[in-house]
Ligand binder design. Structure first.
Ligand code: F6P
Length: 345
């Protein structure tokens, strides 16, 4: 078979490990693997390169994506779907593996449903917000990086008797904040799933200091929302929308730090972790997960199970329909958040 593979949306550690897995398994079984460059943009322009064993050697530990990525939405363009199908035919492809988050997988699902394109998906994102899979690759790495940052902030917070606010990514899901906050022993963890009240946050920090603690750690998800009536409660970097209709989040950390300092009187500093969470080598866990996903995606192609996505279902590698994976965002399980809350304040 001639199989195309692309990476779309924000990059994340483990993309190269998936590319390597699909290519190695494919070549072992006599397939030709074509790397489509720059995500869905490459399926419009036709930019591609042949993936040989040599091209994918030394990739398991490398962050980023050798295929490059973009946030291009082909359906924003007139006849975008048809253009993708035309490129698919022109390149002589039999199948396409799309590695991405909700947006990239959403395009894959539409191409399958509306144009009968033989496509399978692989769920990637540091945000861990794709439905139908217990976990996405990249998440464990982002949590490890954020946890290390919290550990480092802890010692300096303690030395200076300060409140430290760490803003982490995650878009409209608080997975990174809850996991890293629990692992790092954060005292307050505002997340999008549970709008927060500024007075409550400040009072819990004041109460902690009244009990004798001289410092506090706040881990706030970039998409955390203030509990305000008749308003969104989001802090945004810009109102500009990308091709999938997303605003750029960010800034809640600085906003929160200022409010905490004013309300509690404690010196407060901010760290915005940003793209550091997405760069560099994947953890061992993400390398293995990415490899399992890549091999399963190739199996799905060989079995003709198009319109499906490789997934971890109840702890085991399997698959779900792309339709199910993009139906809704997978947000933080409130039972988990309630456990984290036991340790707050
Ligand atoms: O979806 C991954 C993610 O890193 C989000 O956590 C974040 O909101 C967004 O991408 C940042 O996007 P960009 O790379 O365009 O700044």
């Amino acid at each position: 078979m001639r199989i195309g593979i692309l990476t779309g949306g924000g990059d994340c550690p483990g993309l190269n490990a998936v590319i390597r897995a699909v290519t190695r398994k494919g070549i072992q079984e006599g397939d030709n693997i074509l790397g489509i460059l720059h995500g869905w943009k490459g399926m419009v322009t036709g930019q591609h390169e042949e993936l040989t064993l040599r091209a994918v050697s030394g990739l398991i530990h490398r962050g980023g994506t050798i295929l490059h990525t973009s946030r291009t939405n082909p359906f924003k363009e007139k006849d975008g779907g048809q253009k993708v199908v035309a490129t698919f035919k022109r390149l002589g492809l039999d199948a396409l593996v799309a590695i991405g988050g909700e947006d990239t997988l959403g395009v894959a699902q539409r191409l399958f449903a509306e144009h009968q394109l033989p496509v399978v998906g692989v769920p990637k994102t540091i945000d861990n917000d794709v439905s139908g899979t217990d976990v996405t690759f990249g998440f464990d790495t982002a949590v490890s990086i954020a946890t290390e940052a919290i550990d480092r902030l802890h010692t300096t917070a303690e030395s200076h008797d300060r409140v430290m606010v760490l803003e982490v990514m995650g878009r409209h899901a608080g997975w990174i904040a809850v996991h890293s906050g629990m692992a790092g022993g954060a005292d307050v963890i505002p997340i999008p799933e549970r709008p927060f009240d500024l007075d409550e946050v400040s009072e819990s920090i004041s109460a902690r200091h009244a009990r004798g603690k001289s410092f506090s750690i706040v881990v706030v998800a970039e998409g955390a929302r203030l509990d305000v009536k008749n308003a969104e409660g989001l802090v945004k970097q810009s109102e500009e929308l990308d091709e999938f209709g997303h605003v750029r989040l960010g800034g809640i950390g600085h906003f929160l730090a200022k409010e905490i300092e004013e309300r509690t009187g404690f010196e407060t500093r901010v760290t915005v972790l940003g793209h550091v969470q997405r760069g560099g080598s994947p953890t061992a866990h993400d390398r293995v997960l990415a490899t399992l996903f890549g091999v399963r995606a190739h199996d799905l192609v060989r079995e003709g199970k198009f319109g499906m996505m490789a997934a971890i279902v109840n702890g085991r590698i399997g698959e779900v329909t792309l339709e199910e994976s993009v139906k809704e965002l997978k947000t933080v399980d409130m039972d988990l958040f309630d456990v984290a809350a036991i340790f707050s304040g």
